[in-house]
Ligand binder design. Structure first.
Ligand SMILES: [Zn+2]
Length: 336
């Protein structure tokens, strides 16, 4: 973990601000969160928790003093501005802890964020595929999952291995075209025979009332498709249905156009030219990916990079991402 060590050294030695002054970064640092709180005992996908409530509070307190947190409506202006350190705070998916934890914390600091929602989870609360996969592996009483048609090796569920198996299954799902992904999930259900987790799906996602309240409080509501499909695994027609229906639902419920969008999964290969054409036709101003990187002044408006904030990103590392984005916010596949 070379980056963590370097960030820690720069933090302790107080060299980071000096280095940042030598490497001015003109553009926008996009930060991406999913859930806030403690997911360490959750039956769902624990990889979705980006920070604890306390950790998020500390990050915001530092951002407030050391950066200019902007809204997406200010991106054009920020890209032309040669001074300042512009940061865009974003959340993906639409989990209810965003409303319960993130929004009150943001408001306490006088900051705003953008919330990209998959409208299908708001309209019809249910388990998302990643949470279902995690829950299946956690709840099964089998000691091995064998899916020879999908994975070359049986997955042994010995003590301490469940998290690794969950990551393997999630990676497999994300790599498959839409129809095959559905079949993979059905086969996994058959193999695990796990009972569903004991939770109310309504408690998992925000409601339109909550989103309207957030919009009124200065937060921005953006789109993230209807069913959180991996766009590049779907036909152009299916992509159009997912993106245009998401836009229509937001316009109907929030009363504002969907000007901003984030790609589900958000890797370089999670979206394609068909996705961009849909967004262009709908007049979307900016669309965001999620594989890391810094949005310099020449960034592509349909591939605006964001850096994933994860619980293992400690204080020094977080600050280094914001102050030295060209070094610490690099695309993940560029990090050795
Ligand atoms: Zn998402």
């Amino acid at each position: 973990m070379k980056l963590r060590k370097l960030a820690s050294f720069l933090d302790k030695s107080h060299l980071r601000p000096l280095l940042a002054a030598c490497m001015p970064a003109r553009g926008i640092v996009g930060l991406n969160y999913h859930r806030i709180g403690d997911g360490s005992r959750s039956e769902l996908d624990r990889g979705l928790w980006s920070a604890s409530e306390e950790g998020f509070d500390q990050q915001l307190a530092w951002l407030k003093l050391n950066s200019d947190v902007i809204s997406p409506a200010e991106i054009d202006l920020a890209r032309r501005d040669s001074s300042g350190r512009h940061v865009l705070i974003t959340f993906d998916d639409g989990y209810k802890d965003n409303y319960d934890c993130a929004v009150p914390t943001l408001r306490r600091h006088g900051l705003t964020a953008t919330f990209f929602i998959a409208t299908g989870f708001i309209d019809d609360p249910r388990l998302a595929w990643w949470d279902e996969i995690a829950s299946q592996i956690r709840r099964t009483d089998r000691d091995e999952i064998d899916l020879p048609q999908w994975l070359p090796q049986p997955q042994r569920l010995v003590v301490g291995q469940r998290e690794a198996v969950i990551r393997t299954m999630l990676r497999k799902f994300k790599s498959l075209p839409g129809d095959q992904a559905k079949r993979f999930l059905a086969d996994l259900r058959d193999a695990t025979q796990a009972s569903p987790p004991s939770l109310h799906h309504e408690d998992l996602w925000m409601s339109w009332d909550m989103l309207r309240e957030m919009d009124a409080a200065g937060m921005t509501i953006g789109g993230h498709t209807v069913n959180h499909i991996v766009l590049s695994g779907s036909s152009a027609a299916e992509q159009w249905t997912e993106i245009s229906t998401c836009a229509a639902r937001i316009e109907t419920e929030i009363g504002k156009r969907m000007d901003y969008f984030s790609y589900p999964v958000g890797n370089r290969n999670s979206f394609n030219q068909d996705s961009i054409e849909c967004l262009r036709k709908l007049g979307v101003a900016y669309a965001f990916s999620y594989y890391g990187g810094f949005a310099g002044i020449n960034a592509n408006r349909y591939d605006m990079p964001r850096v994933a904030i994860e619980p293992y990103i400690d204080r020094g590392w977080f600050r280094a991402i914001v102050e030295l984005p060209r070094l610490f916010g690099r695309p993940q596949d560029a990090i050795a």
